[in-house]
Design a protein around this ligand. Structure first.
Ligand code: S3P
Length: 179
């Protein structure tokens, strides 16, 4: 029989603009958990914002920093972890998260993502003359990875509160099962 999962934390994954931070903060409040955000941790650790890291040091270094901050979370408990949109694309990062957290991936269509991220300048990957095509391209590349999460949650036509309630219910059930 498969070993029961250890679920001390909840991780939110998924593409930019799917609502990880907003949903995560609500869920953290409900659970009385600490809310942590991997991008914010990288910014605190380096003293630089994500845009500057991408332009000055490159995406490869950013991805290494993501893995490093993630490793630092593995022994902790009672956290809601909001992850950068590309973090679980690395299978080792997903495996690291699954060793201590239930991983819920939020999903939305390219059009909705465009709508939700329009005018935001802090996401280097979306600073593109044709952001919709860029979103489509990245989503297609990442779809397989996102489907490896424990839960895939469609956020289309659902409010942040509704998504949060759904995630909360799933998390509580998974925790009960994990014992
Ligand atoms: C990225 C998503 C961003 C941030 C970085 C790269 C991605 O996080 O980590 O700009 O590769 O999808 P959010 O998903 O929180 O915007």
């Amino acid at each position: 029989m498969a070993e029961p999962r250890t679920i001390r934390n909840l991780a939110l994954a998924g593409f930019m603009g799917t609502g990880k931070s907003s949903v995560g903060q609500l869920v953290a409040q409900e659970l009385g958990f600490e809310f942590v955000d991997t991008d914010a941790m990288i910014e605190a650790r380096t003293g630089r914002n994500i845009g500057d890291i991408f332009t000055e040091a490159g995406e490869a270094l950013f991805r290494r920093l993501e893995t490093e901050v993630l490793d630092g979370l593995a022994a902790r408990a009672d956290m809601v972890i909001s992850t950068g949109g590309g973090l679980i694309v690395n299978p080792a990062n997903l495996a690291s998260l699954k060793s201590h957290a239930l991983v819920a991936c939020l999903w939305a269509t390219p059009a909705t993502i465009l709508e939700r991220t329009r005018g935001h300048t802090h996401r280097p990957l979306l600073q593109d003359p044709d952001p919709l095509s860029k979103i489509r391209e990245l989503l297609a590349q990442r779809e397989k990875a996102y489907k490896q999460a424990d839960l895939l949650i469609n956020t289309e036509s659902r409010s942040i509160r509704e998504v949060a309630q759904h995630v909360l219910l799933q998390f509580r059930q998974a925790r009960e099962k994990s014992g």
